[in-house]
Design a binder for this molecule. Structure first.
Ligand SMILES: Cc1cc2nc3c(=O)[nH]c(=O)nc-3n(C[C@H](O)[C@H](O)[C@H](O)COP(=O)(O)O)c2cc1C
Ligand SMILES: CC(C)CC(=O)C(=O)O
Length: 372
């Protein structure tokens, strides 16, 4: 029975080509950060409130003008057609059914216009899923401008600029497996360049990109801009100064610089650095409703999931992703109830404890004042 994210991972592995399973699960170098993301959530403890009388929980959020029925959004992941024929269309329909924000990867195998169309048909009376568009700024600014225009015209309501990739992370599993390119017949639809007779450009991960490019982007779009992958508090402050509207606090699921901290460990520091001026979305290692509660309590406005969506897609296509989003919603709702919360707005940092025992200032409260 598929009851947990872990169940989806296990089920997906039985279906997936092992090379693709490695592409999804893998990370950079020794994958220390891949593991750290999940471990950090597991280490944190929740400290619930009681007798609050909350019989229903509100899970809906509005981030940067985008309304969603859940604070769990779909982080951008590449190449969904590797997993199912419909590719990102299946993902987008499932996101719409859940009322979740989907961030379309620049490296998607379906074009953003078609993804937007798919969300319009899938609402079951609800609104289409808000789509955000993820961008690696290309040094060819005219090409980047055309992508921004395409995303805007397709109805995307925010741009997510990934800034942790001056070069590609060292994915050693992929190198060993010889998985260095998409198989024949699949392509990154956004990299097709009409100016070059429909040539498919490689995605440039460029070390030339600087804050000047962020200023340039700020100047050509009125869509909200989120930076994805800024981890240093000073960069978070710089983002605010450069007119960025939000942060997607992410270490790329441990796929770029290995040994960077888990994102949830960085959250309090980044939250303090931006001081409420811009919202923070966090991704990396979110696998349980309790993880969502912890991240929101520590100051995130929403969380993103990457690999779980890929596993669910591989396991059961659109239905798989729907089920995944449902089960995470159920887990989140239950965790909120058990925390005594009436909704995500009730989550505050006092509900989260890092397990240090005995606490430095509590030894006097131990029986007989004994510290053992
Ligand atoms: C297979 C795969 C493909 C990804 N593709 C992209 C991408 O195209 N653009 C991007 O900014 N991040 C990409 N990411 C990173 C995710 O957006 C996200 O930061 C990460 O997966 C979150 O961690 P999680 O997988 O533990 O949930 C990818 C991650 C995976 C696992
Ligand atoms: C094709 C890549 C750009 C996708 C990516 O960001 C990743 O695999 O982590």
């Amino acid at each position: 029975m598929l009851m947990t994210v872990q169940d989806f991972e296990t089920a997906a592995r039985t279906r997936l080509d092992p090379v693709h399973a490695d592409f999804i699960a893998g990370g950079a170098g020794d994958e220390i950060t891949v593991r750290a993301n999940e471990e950090a959530f597991r280490r944190l403890r929740l400290l619930p409130r009681v007798l609050r009388g909350n019989t229903e929980r509100a899970l809906d959020i509005t981030v940067l003008g985008s309304r969603a029925r859940t604070p769990i959004l779909l982080s951008p992941t590449a190449f969904h057609k590797l997993l199912v024929e419909e590719g990102e269309l299946a993902t987008a329909r499932a996101a719409t059914a859940a009322g979740a924000i989907m961030i379309v990867s620049m490296a998607s195998t379906v074009a953003v216009e078609d993804i937007a169309e798919a969300t319009r048909g899938a609402g079951e009376g609800g609104d289409p899923a808000p789509l955000w568009f993820q961008l690696y700024l290309q040094p060819d600014l005219e090409f980047t401008r055309s992508l921004v225009r395409r995303a805007t015209d397709a109805g995307c309501t925010a741009l997510v600029v990934t800034v942790d990739s001056p070069v590609r992370g060292a994915h050693e599993r992929d190198v060993r497996n010889g998985f260095l390119d998409l198989p024949d017949g699949l392509r990154c639809e956004h990299m097709v360049d009409p100016r070059e007779g429909g040539r498919v450009r490689p995605i440039a991960m460029s070390a030339e990109i600087t804050w000047t490019h962020i200023d340039w982007l700020r100047g050509i779009t009125s869509l909200p801009i989120l930076l994805k992958g800024a981890l240093h508090p000073e960069d978070a402050r710089l983002a605010v100064r450069h007119g960025v509207d939000g942060l997607l606090l992410s270490n790329h699921g441990g796929r770029q610089l290995d040994t960077v901290p888990a994102t949830v460990e960085l959250l309090p520091e980044i939250h303090a650095a931006v001081a409420g001026r811009i919202p923070i979305v966090l991704d990396g290692g979110v696998r349980r409703g309790t993880d969502v509660v912890k991240a929101l309590a520590l100051g995130a406005s929403a969380v993103g999931i990457g690999r779980p969506v890929m596993w669910a897609l591989a396991e059961g296509g659109e239905k798989g992703v729907r089920r995944l989003l449902e089960l995470l919603r159920e887990e989140l709702d239950q965790a909120l109830a058990l925390c005594g919360a009436a909704g995500v707005q009730d989550l505050t940092p006092d509900l989260v404890r890092a397990p240090v025992w005995p606490p430095a200032d509590a030894s006097a409260a131990l029986p007989g004042g004994v510290v053992s």
